[in-house]
Write a protein that binds this ligand. Structure first.
Ligand code: NDP
Length: 480
């Protein structure tokens, strides 16, 4: 069985411990590869190599760094099929989703930040007639990047690309659950001739390799995407060390459907915003509020469409819902379905594991599930399930729905469906989330700020916000 390797100082090497972790194909439940169980010795080596690489990398022109990023983007694009099937196998997502969204967006991340850094400028301020202030934005040094399993290469590259573009060296850890495309990225970086030590990819557990990155004194900034609890743990270590921190955390996103919306478009998109990637996207809407006079119609039409979704082998072209990423996560989702039932919820469709035949007979699959009759304060409506499970609830008016939508500890994204422009502006302004989609979902322009309020995160990534995060601002004040 193939053993993945760490990418340190430009080469692929085994972990110091020589220990490996099993990696499972969630569609079959079988181990299909092994990844390094890295620890602080591997991280130490990566830090040394990044320190050596930093003076040269940070002194290259933005155009030169952009050339490397574009080379990496091009090589991923040339291997899109290979990357898409690896992502599907590792994560359980339908291969057509990996082919049309995950991998193209990873390519875009490299392309976008290659271009953005060449447009990055800073301010100058003239103070009276004889004083000039200007701002230098200089790379920080070594940045640590830690990412989750749901959009493996997409989110990994979302962090790595701006950090490298801004002139930093990076030590990155993908989720131990989905290491494969990060490993393939290290092969691509070697092929692209990225200078040794500029990017180091360390595999392993969060509590070992991840925490060694976070606590290393030479790693000056941490960009993390993952669960809120892990984010708090990371902040408790990195905060007292006065590191720069960007945390993109969990969500419990509301979808608010007013009776004046474009109904068919809303229905189509709400199925996608509920169940794309098995609901394992931090931006999926999991609490659906429909205005009272269209609630029954919405319920009937929505459930009919959800029942028509096909759960199956992620490698089949007609599969809508693939496998749940791990056995542990599969059990967590089933636990929440059970909890919702105990709290008085009524399952309108789904609610059960799916047993497939043939290759996928031992895989982890769950039917897309719609639940009604729950109080907005119950645990299934307050805690992140992060699976193919949504709840639906009627509401009477704007005030009530805003209060309920804002009632969780999270504030990542929200979706509003209305044709009334004033209402759209009003609700957008009053909803507690970092991203608001009106009459659409998952439309991404990489120039926009991305991140969450409340327990959904600290800081913003995307566009110039990311380049600002990965640089240190310095004010130079000159008397002329
Ligand atoms: P986790 O928080 O469990 O893990 C995320 C990453 O952090 C993994 O690489 C993990 O390693 C690592 N890690 C765990 N503990 C530590 C530690 N003490 N120090 C350093 N690193 C650590 O999240 P999941 O992987 O389960 O991802 C799902 C979560 O991610 C959901 O809550 C989802 O909402 C959130 N998410 C947020 C997004 C956003 O943009 N706001 C986007 C996508 C997902 P290991 O592999 O060992 O667990």
């Amino acid at each position: 069985m193939e053993k993945l390797k760490n990418y340190i100082d430009g080469i692929l090497i085994a972990p110091f411990s020589n220990n490996y972790i099993n990696s499972y194909d969630p569609a079959t439940g079988e181990v299909f590869t092994m990844l390094p169980d890295s620890d602080n010795e591997d991280v130490e080596l990566a830090v040394k190599s990044a320190e050596n690489a930093f003076p040269h990398w940070s002194s290259l022109s933005a155009e030169k760094r952009a050339e490397y990023l574009l080379k990496i983007a091009g090589l991923i694009k040339n291997n899109i099929e290979k990357f898409a099937s690896a992502e599907s196998r590792d994560n359980g997502k339908p291969v057509q989703l990996a082919r049309s969204v995950d991998i193209p967006r990873a390519v875009k991340n490299f392309e976008f930040f290659a271009s953005a850094v060449t447009q990055f400028s800073s301010e100058s301020h003239h103070t009276g007639t004889d004083i000039l202030n200007y701002t230098l934005r200089q790379p920080i040094g070594i940045a640590g990047a830690i990412s989750p399993w749901n959009l493996p290469l997409y989110l990994f590259s979302w962090k790595i690309a701006p950090a490298l573009a801004a002139g930093n060296c990076v030590i990155a850890k993908p989720s131990e659950v989905t290491p494969l495309t990060a490993y393939m990225l290290s092969e691509i970086c070697i092929e692209a001739g990225l200078p040794n030590g500029v990017l180091n990819i360390i595999h392993g557990y969060g509590h070992k390799a991840g925490s060694a990155i976070v606590s290393h004194p030479e790693v000056k900034a941490i960009t993390f995407t993952g669960g809120t609890k892990t984010g708090k743990d990371i902040a408790s270590v990195a905060g007292p060390m006065l590191k720069k921190i960007s945390l993109e955390l969990g969500g419990k996103n509301p979808v608010i459907i007013f009776n004046d919306c474009k109904y068919d478009e809303m229905l189509e998109t709400t199925v996608r915003s509920s169940f794309t990637n098995q609901g394992e996207i931090c931006l999926c809407g999991s609490r659906i509020f429909a205005e009272k006079d269209i609630y029954e119609k919405f319920k009937t039409d929505f459930v009919k469409k959800v029942k028509a979704l096909k759960t199956g082998d992620p490698l089949n072209a007609d599969t809508d819902i693939g496998a749940i990423v791990s056995k542990q996560h599969y059990e967590k989702i089933l636990y929440y379905i059970d909890l919702a039932l105990k709290d008085g919820g009524k399952i309108l469709c789904g609610g059960n594991p799916v047993e497939l035949k043939g290759r996928c007979k031992s895989g982890w699959f769950i039917e897309p599930t719609v639940i009604e009759g729950l109080d907005h304060n119950c645990r299934a409506n307050q805690e992140e399930i992060f699976g193919p499970v949504v709840t639906i609830m009627p509401f009477e008016n704007e005030e009530e729905v805003l209060q309920k939508a804002n009632s969780t500890e999270y504030g990542l994204a929200s979706v509003i469906w209305t044709n009334d422009l004033s209402k759209a502006h009003r609700v957008s302004a009053n909803i507690h989330s970092g991203i608001v989609w009106v009459n659409c979902w998952m439309v991404r322009d990489l120039r926009t700020p991305f991140g969450g309020m409340k327990n959904s995160g600290v800081g913003r990534e995307g566009g110039l916000e990311a380049l600002r995060f990965f640089t240190e601002s310095k004010n130079v004040c000159i008397k002329i």
